[in-house]
Design a protein around this ligand. Sequence first.
Ligand SMILES: [Zn+2]
Length: 279
Amino acid sequence: MFKRYEGAAWEERFLPRLTFPEIRALPKDHALVILPVGAVEQHGPHMPVMTDSLIGEAVITRTLERLPEDADIWLLPPLPYGKSNEHLDFAGTISLSASTLLNVLLDIATCVKRSGFRRLLLLNTHGGNMDLLYVAAREIRISTGLMVFYVSPGSLADLTDLCSEEEREFGIHAGDYETSLVMAVKPDWVLPDKRVAEFLDVGDFAYLTLEGKIRFAWVMSDISETGVAGDATLASADKGAIILDRIADALAKALQEISTFEITDVKTRPEKSIDKGCS
Ligand SMILES: [Zn+2]
């Protein structure tokens, strides 16, 4: 018995599980198609290079279990590879180039549109994909007319009571947050004794920050010896389970909101603005 595709997400909402006449007949007005985009890249000495893609699949699996039965929300096969060239100094990193990933996303979106859908969500679990996905989302909007949405699901969970301030600001890779999640969903894939803590040092700079107002371009070997940016030693499976629950709760609600969104409703008509005045 082949066990990979189990549970509501994969049995009930996995679009390519259906036949083409079934897909053709689906109601599309409020349908949302989700494309998870992950990465295969080093995640320190303690976690698998599959980490980001694994987290994306775990998040969407848990989230789709929480949807009401009548939600028109569909999952595409997750794209395991992302743009990870900042990690190429570490073995096991398999990266697409920026132009390849952009073209793959455009091709998939074009087919989503041709199948009759109107909304596409890019669900991203790798920080290094972010800038490109913002560009891709707009390019898809322009070239296909689809309504396109973007989310990094980690941003939906409040972590203030779970992770330190330092971790929330600088724990961008293989630290407490990601390690806790993988310990929760695939404990045997983590080597707990190999966990380390490593933070980069930008304390003396007022303007230069890692992801703030003035940024410097970096690759991982510029900012980390171990491939970790964060404190993986603080991670626990319990914490990961709480984080996953919070993300799934918020994302399930967000998906339903997105499927009611119509971009034509966003623009305010001029007479309304004039009525309101400036004050
Ligand atoms: Zn990661």
